[in-house]
Design a protein around this ligand. Structure first.
Ligand code: FES
Length: 223
């Protein structure tokens, strides 16, 4: 799951955090991504780089079913194809001007991306009746985070980790940012006190960042 050479679905955002008409930057395996949602409600995950001069598209503006670059306003449709260049309004935009895209899907209150650029995934991400709570940034390597979580939570086939946290059933989805940084998306399975789980998840983050593996299982962030 944390090996960049192995294509897989990864959660990159809470679905509710990307409202229609907005965009945000994300990172996966040290690649910068833009996650954006068109005004029709469909989400998209692309390389976060304008083909013109490399400006981050996550700084751009969503207009209907296009995202426009902040720098010179080149606008891209939902397939990543450039459709308008404001400085040359009469130009037939070459088909070669397009943004590399990733397959993405929404499930379990999260936005998932298939980690292999331009590829068609073999199946959609597993959908579960979860409540997406929050995302956390962890200053630790993805492999270390996965190993620590596996000592306390049950790893799932989709790279998630399920277990108990302050009396609630939770499922944690790991997002490998870089070699040293990891994202954790926290969801609740069933009933649970969101504020309490949220605080416990922060304690979990601090425990991962601070604890030696041998101490991790005995820390008091989980119940
Ligand atoms: S860098 Fe994006 S339009 Fe120029």
């Amino acid at each position: 799951m944390t090996d960049p050479a192995v294509p897989a679905w990864h959660a990159v955002a809470l679905a509710a955090d990307i409202e229609p008409g907005t965009s945000a930057g994300a990172r996966l395996h040290d690649r910068e991504l833009v996650v954006w949602r068109d005004s029709g409600g469909e989400s998209h995950v692309w390389e976060d780089r304008c083909p013109h001069r490399g400006m981050r598209l996550s700084f751009g503006f969503v207009r209907g079913n296009h995202i426009a670059c902040l720098y010179h306003g080149w606008a891209y449709d939902t397939a990543g194809q450039c459709r308008a260049i404001p400085a040359h309004p009469d130009l037939a935009v070459p088909e070669t001007i397009r943004v590399p895209t990733y397959a993405s899907a929404e499930a379990s209150g999260l936005i998932f991306v298939w980690s292999e650029m331009g590829a068609t995934p073999p199946s959609p991400p597993a959908a579960r009746p979860l409540t997406a709570l929050r995302s956390l940034f962890v200053e630790a390597a993805p492999e270390r985070v996965a190993a620590l979580l596996a000592g306390r939570f049950a790893p799932g086939p989709d790279g998630s980790f399920a277990g108990r946290l302050v009396g609630a059933d939770v499922v944690l989805f790991l997002q490998p940012f870089t070699a040293d940084q990891t994202g954790l998306h926290v969801t609740i399975d069933g009933a649970g006190d969101g504020a309490l789980v949220s605080r416990a998840a922060e304690a979990l983050r601090h425990a991962i960042e601070a604890a030696a593996p041998s101490r991790f299982a005995s820390l008091e962030f989980a119940a």
